[in-house]
Design a protein around this ligand. Sequence first.
Ligand SMILES: Cc1cc2nc3c(=O)[nH]c(=O)nc-3n(C[C@H](O)[C@H](O)[C@H](O)COP(=O)(O)O)c2cc1C
Length: 173
Amino acid sequence: MQSKTLILYASKYGVTRQYAEWLAEAVCGDCLPVSKARPDMLAAYSTVIFGGGLYASSISGIAFVIKNAARCQRLAVFTVGLTDPSLINHAEIVNHNLPPELRDTTAVFHLHGGIDYARLSLPHKLILAAAKKLAAKAPNDSPVAMLPEQAANFAAKEALAPLIAFAQTHVSG
Ligand SMILES: Cc1cc2nc3c(=O)[nH]c(=O)nc-3n(C[C@H](O)[C@H](O)[C@H](O)COP(=O)(O)O)c2cc1C
């Protein structure tokens, strides 16, 4: 069967979408917001890659691929967050977001995201303001306590190299 990759994403402010589009371009894959995906389309792909922004350590939109994982021949997940990927607690994110039966079989990658305070929704502005207040009183190393002061975008095409290599490694047999 011909190798085909489907990239699904959930992105509130566009950073994950940007990574998904770069990835689709690099591997000649199909790319779709997860809200438009249907379970019956998954079996046509040799690899499904889902990307979601991190919000309070939860991967946005991941429910669809968890529910339909059995329909995916091969599944990978990438997260996009403001925590520097080299500092992220990989096991914590995986355990928090993936059910036990998918933890060993799903490849998980972490990418550096961005934030534009002017574009945040009111609920997100309020959550961040509350978290910052809390962090000022009791310093901690939660992702929201480490947010940059100004708008920042750390998205970089080069960071996709491991995901591109994953997509291009075909399972044999
Ligand atoms: C309310 C809120 C909570 C967030 N929580 C986290 C978090 O737990 N970990 C993290 O690394 N980044 C966190 N972020 C940063 C987002 O993951 C980051 O902005 C990402 O680029 C969003 O991607 P998207 O625009 O594709 O949704 C948070 C941002 C907001 C607004």
